[in-house]
Design a protein around this ligand. Structure first.
Ligand SMILES: [Zn+2]
Length: 101
């Protein structure tokens, strides 16, 4: 699973051929439940720096799902927060494979 680089606080992801920078922020969020945000104009995914590592990864999957749907032309689905939440979580779970010890 892709981890945010703790040193530079930045990593890049590819959304339908467009590079998006992933950055951590302590502000930019209206407190409560917003752990991430995608800026389509600046091609930046903002992740709440106060979230724990798992929540950051889930937020990244969630925001990437928004971006992918939007770039594929599925604007309606991208605006369906419940759908994006479910699909993003499913994708995130795809990266979590338990190790056999
Ligand atoms: Zn969302």
């Amino acid at each position: 699973m892709l981890l945010l680089c703790p040193k530079e606080n930045t990593v890049k992801v590819n959304i339908c051929g467009i590079e998006h920078e992933v950055k951590e922020y302590t502000d930019h969020f209206n407190g409560d439940l917003h752990l991430g945000q995608i800026d389509y104009g600046e091609c930046v995914i903002k992740i709440n720096a106060d979230a724990n590592e798992q929540m950051k990864q889930e937020a990244l999957c969630h925001e990437m799902t928004h971006g992918i749907l939007m770039h594929l032309g599925y604007d309606d689905l991208s605006n369906d927060e419940h759908f994006v939440q479910a699909l993003g979580n499913a994708i995130y779970q795809g990266f979590t494979v338990k190790e056999n010890k």
